[in-house]
Design a protein around this ligand. Sequence first.
Ligand code: PMP
Length: 408
Amino acid sequence: MSTTPRSDPLAFLEAEVAALRERNLYRALRVMSSAQGPIVSVDGRRVISLSSNDYLGLTHHPRLKAAAAAAASEFGVGSGAVRTIAGTMSMHEALEAELATFKEVPAVLTFQSGFTANTGVIPAITGETDLIVSDALNHASIIDGMRLSKAPRRIYPHADVEALDAILSEVIETGRDGSGEPYRLILVVTDGVFSMDGDIAPLPGIVASAEAHGAAVFVDDAHASGVLGRDGRGSVDHFGLHGRVAIQVGTLSKAVGALGGYVAGPTALRELLTQRARPFLFSTSHPPAVVAACREAIRVMVEEPDLHERLWANTRRFKAELARLGFDTGRSETPITPVMMGDPEMAMRFSDRLMGEGVFAQPVVYPTVALDQARIRTIVTAAHADDQLDAALGAFAVAGRELGLIGG
Ligand code: PMP
């Protein structure tokens, strides 16, 4: 029996998009026609941006631009191969050595992005005989990394060290699959700074609990790189936990201003990842301009500490003013400041209203956050001038009063 072929096998896509639009969950892409920075051109308008992860303003720093241009001129625009074939240049290895020195660890391996660092390292070092214990709000790339691993996993409620401790005690007691056999590795995984709330992981408690149970700690410092610790060395440095966190993942795409990710830890970890991490093995390495920009960024972070100071001064001022206006900024402790809206439709309307006032601040809605936790996510950077922050706060006040979120 034959059936009539359907005219368009992909017709369901339109229905799915329509359903998202109906629930106010469809987000049109905002298109920038300028460089990244505190003022950007979006959809043809010059607006103050509170939406980038460009914490230190390095995306357009003259030293990074010059380094990238010189590298492109001398070494070309592409690396032409994966690292394990012909895509490892001396500059790739130099960047890794410099990052290892900066992070005060024995070895670093770079990846194409923070995302591929997580999806590369987690399945490469865990398997059926291991256990991953993960914070409930960890980044999507950690979740995907766990999905690619054969290791079973347990999730602990966000930042809840007591709950983590209880899980670790239980799994040590029962062993693998309740057999009493010990796990080869128990890996406790957490973001260093949580990307949607801006809170810092309770790392001292996590490390103490892991040590008490013989587990290793893995921190994804994407939003802590360049932000926390001396010269932006990250959450491990911030808490003085050097030598007690086995694996750190960082990104070169946010505060570092260019693109990439890295895994920092023992030499054997780097060696194993060069043999097993699938994005490293099967995806082309960074082009020379990106590598050169990242190397220069590390120097700038150490040699220009005023950028870090300015980032934090701007952060403190912006948070204090938002609170004074009466906004709920959740539990943020870092330059990521969510302004809580609740309902996705309110978040969309608020963002549009801000845009009307010349401020670019994106709504974050389900599935990135829970359905009733929609928010405007803001990040101030070292590059924002005082008058730009004042103008942005003025726009929040206007939108907040008009939409009934704050009084006055
Ligand atoms: N981890 C976390 C916690 C992040 O917030 C991000 C970026 N959104 C990543 C990893 C991915 O980093 P990248 O943009 O370099 O892929």
